[in-house]
Write a protein that binds this ligand. Structure first.
Ligand code: MN
Length: 307
């Protein structure tokens, strides 16, 4: 409060910037499925409990908490050429390595700590496989893929590709141990390297027991935390590994306290106030635009599929 404020204001109860968000729900996903033959994931949303308007601008989250793969001597594991339009795919790896290639000419390997931010926009084909060396050695794949929606005006943006390596991601040490890696948005003066079309925050945090992650966000932004390891307290709720905390949009400040050594991913962003019509690999605003996407793929308008 300003020291020059009239004394009469000191008795008023203005909304404070320190009010804490409450928790709207804690969700556990129980069903897993294979994406191709390489990624054993659970789709946390879209779901009945996490509808589009509560998770926007995110539209999908597939999380693979850790699947062990035996070495293979030939062939590959993953998912072959498939199209996308109208959104961005964001792939994070903590263990294992994902090799990616698209028909816009981009290729790369997403290893532990790396993030790939691919803009499908107007249309792209890509393939996602276990990186060859990893497939030959075998080991654990711990990864997440998020789909980030694009606003109507940007759905047909040219395809883009941001290979964000571990070294590109600023890591903010926490008092008392632990660290917060800033992938997108801001945290304590550090700016995430990801270029986004709409305001968005993505943090990857390691908290020691008793560690606290506290973050100021616009109250209107949707916010979720995914517990990859450990256990956190958020308000009067507790979430364990494999659970997703959905915060209410009722205050600017969000806080998580680790009850044991914890790895948590924080996702937040300004919701897009637009209809979401998703079908297979396309996320558009209308069913007519979905039809156009199917026709455009058939007519080769997403470009040729490489050999
Ligand atoms: Mn894909």
């Amino acid at each position: 409060m300003s020291t020059t404020a009239p004394s009469s204001t000191s008795t008023q109860h203005a909304p404070t910037a320190t009010a804490l968000r409450t928790v709207e729900g804690v969700h556990k996903s129980t069903s897993f499925h294979w994406v191709g033959d390489g990624f054993f994931v659970s789709t946390y949303f879209p779901s009945r409990h996490l509808p589009a308007e509560r998770v926007s601008p995110f539209v999908l989250m597939d999380y693979g908490p850790g699947e062990d793969f035996a070495p293979i001597t030939r062939g590959k594991r993953g998912v072959g050429w498939h199209p996308h339009r109208g959104f961005e795919t964001v792939t994070l790896a903590w263990e294992g390595a994902v090799a990616h290639r698209d028909n816009a000419g981009n290729a790369g390997i997403i290893g532990p700590g790396d993030v790939q931010w691919m803009t499908a926009g107007a249309g792209i084909f890509h393939e996602e496989y276990h990186e060859e060396g990893f497939a030959r050695r075998g080991g654990r794949m711990h990864m997440m893929q998020l789909w980030v929606n694009l606003p109507r005006a940007k759905k047909m943006a040219p395809p883009g590709y941001q290979p964000i390596t571990k070294a590109d991601i600023p890591s903010v040490p926490l008092a008392g141990g632990g660290q917060v890696r800033v992938i997108a948005g801001d945290y304590e003066g550090a700016r995430g390297p990801a270029r986004t079309f709409t305001p968005l925050t993505m943090l990857d945090a390691e908290l020691p027991q008793g560690g606290r992650l506290s973050l100021q966000l616009p109250a209107t932004h949707n916010a979720m935390a995914v517990v990859a390891k450990g256990r956190v307290r958020a308000g009067d709720r507790v979430a364990s590994a494999g659970e997703l905390v959905l915060f209410a949009n009722d205050a600017p400040r969000l806080e998580l306290v680790a009850e044991e050594d914890t790895h948590v991913i924080l996702l937040s962003g300004e919701p897009l106030d637009e209809p979401v019509v998703a079908y297979g690999p396309f996320v558009m605003n209308t069913i007519e635009e979905i039809r156009e996407a199917v026709v455009d793929v058939d007519r080769g308008r997403f470009g040729p599929i490489p050999d």
